[in-house]
Design a protein around this ligand. Sequence first.
Ligand code: NAX
Length: 333
Amino acid sequence: MSVPVKRVIVSGGAGNIAYSLLFRIASGDLLGPNQAIALYILDIPQAIDGLEGVRMELEDCAFPLLKDIRVGTDPEILFQDVDYALLVGAKPRGPGMERKDLLMENAKIFIEHGKAMNNVATEDVKVLVVGNPCNTNCLIAMHHAPRIDRKNFMSMTRLDQNRAMSLLAQKANADVCDVSQVAIWGNHSATQVPDFVNAKIRGHSTLELIPDRHWLETDFIKTVQQRGAAIIKARGKSSAASAANAVIDSVRCLHEETPEDDWFSLGVCSDGNPYGIAEDLIFSFPCRSRGEGDYEIVPDIPWDSFLKEKIQLTEKELLEEKALIEEMLAKKV
Ligand code: NAX
């Protein structure tokens, strides 16, 4: 029995992350081995040759699940009827560029992409924003796509979760499969909060297996927060394969029933519940899925005073980013 093709758009298609991501999507890693896929690949006009090269390589893989490839630079065409929008494309911070300029340059991109999705994507399109600053970019796209349910807008903190899981496993001499309930709270930035307080290793409290709270509060958190910069320093390029892998994990988690004793991290729109985080922020929470493409925020995870203080700081940063964007957009009008 044939299953209808799912349309997946990847923006930033000529970039670093997309070069890993597209091939994994086309091979079935994103939506499973029985789901035929159409790939729509978007970038800017200056990148059109790169896009054509990527298209040629995808064709040369002869992926059985890949039924259609479209490359282009017009969001209103490429977002047409998409089921999944993986928004990787963004403007990097240039030399001497201030944070507010970076926010504004990216705001323009995500306003355009939000509007295009509102106009032409399927109503239940699932949107995952990867391009930084991903939480605020996601918020902007969501605001410009009122036809689409707010719940469908997500930003990626799964790479941070995976980094945290690996570090905890290494420190405890455990397998990464033994590590569970690792949440990232807040912004995908240097203020993010990798939660070791509630994480488990072999079903036990991390604090029992790694009784070095000083290491957890300092080196562990800092290493996760600054891993992106460490990779740029080592490779001369930013994380790409691991970021693409985290995109795959983020989407797959929505379609697999989350085990009772676990959760995953995802930036989603806060409505104030259940943790009192300000409404209308894209904030990373521990989430669970029933396996139907949906998620809910896991309630009742306790915060000790250390976590609480850090979570308030990351919330403050997101509020500041939002206020800055609102101010700049208001001035422009
Ligand atoms: P690259 O600079 O290699 O690629 C970005 C691509 O986006 C380029 O091809 C560029 O032309 C394109 N682009 C720019 N404006 C566009 C627009 N208006 N429409 C469509 N495409 C557009 O960056 P790459 O290494 O692929 O990283 C992409 C983004 O992911 C960056 O913002 C990066 O900071 C972010 N990351 C986010 C992570 C996360 O966990 N959320 C981790 C990895 C990564 O750092």
